[in-house]
Design a protein. Structure first.
Length: 253
């Protein structure tokens, strides 16, 4: 049971896209956007040509905040789908991310989102909790991937007790995988995963903002802004604040 629990679908969600995308949302042939997308699919194309038809890109959001869950997403991209605008979520406005989210879910062969809450973050540390969330997203995928693309992480070297790895999660950690530095800017499937994870976590933090007023969680999403730190010093930590994260004093105060 997670502290500050939300409905089950907030912690794990998955689906498969039908591939029907409005042509207006696709990049046009010979355009600069088409060339950019082709570059972002270089890793996937290489793997597809080698025989790995189901390639899953994974990314996370929420490793840096002092409150709230870490959320990960896994996306198995559909070959031949040139959805315009897909990029590292940090480069996109909230409006653009939310516009792309349903299109990505429709374009993907399969997608999944999984979150790990503060209890497991504090128990296992943020890096291992992130990897645990990734394994849960992979397990939730309607299709089992043959190769993983990750943003500067590897699941094979994770250090978690067996009790945390329910439902044969360990076998997903041993899947063939490639770690890409700045992968969310180099891989279409990782970028798509970053958008799904970001949108999902932002919605979770909006709910927590109503559940725990006074911290303005919807605005800063749990990151340690000066405003957020002042609220914690004044109100104390809420149930979704991470006890294992050190909250440093505000300079000059």
């Amino acid at each position: 049971m997670q502290v500050g629990d939300l409905p089950a679908e907030a912690w794990q969600l998955a689906g498969q896209g039908g591939g029907e995308i409005d042509k207006a949302a696709l990049a046009s042939d010979e355009s600069a956007e088409m060339e950019r997308l082709k570059q972002m699919l270089t890793c996937e194309q290489t793997l597809w040509q080698s025989g790995a038809e189901l390639v899953a890109g994974l990314d996370e959001v929420g490793r840096g905040p002092i409150a709230g869950p870490v959320v990960t997403a896994a996306v198995i991209w559909r070959p031949g789908c040139w959805l315009a605008g897909v990029d590292d979520s940090k480069k996109l406005s909230a409006k653009k991310r939310y516009a792309l989210e349903p299109l990505i879910k429709q374009a993907a062969l399969a997608w999944a989102v999984a979150a790990v809450g503060v209890w497991e973050i504090d128990r296992y540390n943020i890096l291992q909790a992130t990897k645990l969330a990734m394994l849960r997203a992979l397990y939730k995928l309607p299709l089992k991937p043959q190769h993983l693309l990750l943003d500067a992480l590897r699941l094979a070297d994770m250090k978690l007790p067996s009790a945390a790895l329910w439902q044969n999660l360990r076998e997903y950690a041993q899947l063939p995988q490639t770690a890409l530095i700045k992968g969310d800017a180099k891989s279409m499937s990782i970028a798509a995963a970053s958008i799904l994870a970001k949108c999902h976590r932002d919605r979770m933090m909006q709910i927590y903002d109503e559940k725990y007023p006074g911290y303005n969680l919807a605005q800063h999403a749990g990151y340690p802004t000066i405003e957020h730190k002042r609220a914690v010093f004044a109100l104390g930590r809420s149930p979704i604040h991470r006890r294992s994260f050190v909250l440093r004093p505000i300079k000059g105060e």
